[in-house]
Write a protein that binds this ligand. Sequence first.
Ligand code: ZN
Length: 199
Amino acid sequence: MGENKPMIVADNVVVSLDYTLMVDNQVIDSSRDTEPIEFLQGYGNIIPGLERELYGMKPGESKSIEVLPKDGYGERDPEAVIDIPRIEFPEDIPLQEGLELQMQNVDGDVLNAVILEVNGDNVKLDFNHPLAGRSLLFDVTVVALREATQEELEHGHVHSGDEDEEFEFSYGEEEFLGDIDEDETDEDDLLPSSPNGSL
Ligand code: ZN
């Protein structure tokens, strides 16, 4: 590998980034109190609207970036809100509005949902990402840049220590496991699993 330190954010460069994420003027996530995130640029490891605006930035440079829903977590999908009969849930789950649940579909994929409403015999679940339909405002600072290793390039993501790092923005106390595949949010395919401990 070369000894040239990358000068600007470009494809195949590992970016160390400080960020603060605001929605409706509220800070909902920030790396400033922890440590910068590190990711491989150009591989879709962060949301597209953010990645695109980082090209050409230099270490030490800061920028405010507005990301519209289509370049962030997508628009809200009304079809990702579904009613599931109350009887399908284990009795020990305290079903109430606002409770975050993890559901597993028949393929074993874990989907995050929040209870919108408990209405008689039905529980209305929203499988949209909580940031779907929202405009995101990021204040970012490029902390450092480095060349990726060959292995990182082959994998398409950074390696920190010997752990593969998958980066997700957090919202509130929960980490999101990933995007919800709307095709899978068919109520017949869903099996409730335990609450994710947000009580
Ligand atoms: Zn890897």
